[in-house]
Design a protein around this ligand. Structure first.
Ligand code: HEC
Length: 102
C-alpha cells in the first residue's frame, strides 16, 4: 500500500474509533428513558414548567449534563439520584434518543 493510502486508512480508523465512545444507540436509549419520561415527557416535551424539554437538544450537551449530574458537578436534588446509576453507555444512548426527537 502507498503511504498516502495508509495515512488515509489510519485517519478513517481513528475517526471511527473516536465515534464509538460518543455515538449512542438511540433504540437502547429509548428503552432506558421510561423512567425519564415521567418528568421529561414521552416525546421529550415535558408537561410541567419546572421540567426541561429534552427533545432535539444537542447530544453532546445532554451527555455533558448527565455526567455533571452523575458526578455532582451540577447539583439538583431530583436529577442527581436519576443520573447516579447511569453508565457511560446509558448516558450516550439516552443522549442519542432525546437529541433525535423532534
Ligand atoms: C422526577 C422528575 C425527573 C425525572 C424522573 C428525570 N428528570 Fe431530568 N430533570 C428534572 C428536573 C427538575 C431538571 C432540571 C434540573 C435543574 O433545574 O437544574 C432535569 C434536568 C435534566 C437535564 C438537563 C436539561 C438541561 O436543559 O440542562 C437532563 C439532560 C435530564 N434531566 C435528563 C434526564 C434523564 C436522561 C432522565 C432519566 C434517566 C431524567 N432526566 C429523569 C426532573 C426529572
Amino acid at each position: 500500500m502507498k503511504p498516502q493510502i495508509l495515512a488515509i486508512a489510519a485517519a478513517v480508523t481513528l475517526a471511527a474509533s473516536a465515534n464509538v465512545s460518543f455515538a449512542g444507540d438511540a433504540a437502547a436509549g429509548k428503552a432506558k428513558a421510561a423512567t425519564c419520561n415521567a418528568c421529561h415527557g414521552a416525546n421529550g416535551i415535558s408537561a410541567a414548567p419546572i421540567y426541561p424539554n429534552l427533545a432535539g437538544q444537542k447530544e453532546a450537551y445532554l451527555v455533558k449534563q448527565l455526567k455533571a449530574f452523575k458526578d455532582g458537578t451540577r447539583k439538583d436534588p431530583v436529577m442527581n439520584p436519576m443520573a447516579m446509576p447511569l453508565t457511560d453507555d446509558d448516558i450516550a444512548n439516552l443522549a442519542a434518543h432525546f437529541s433525535g426527537l423532534k
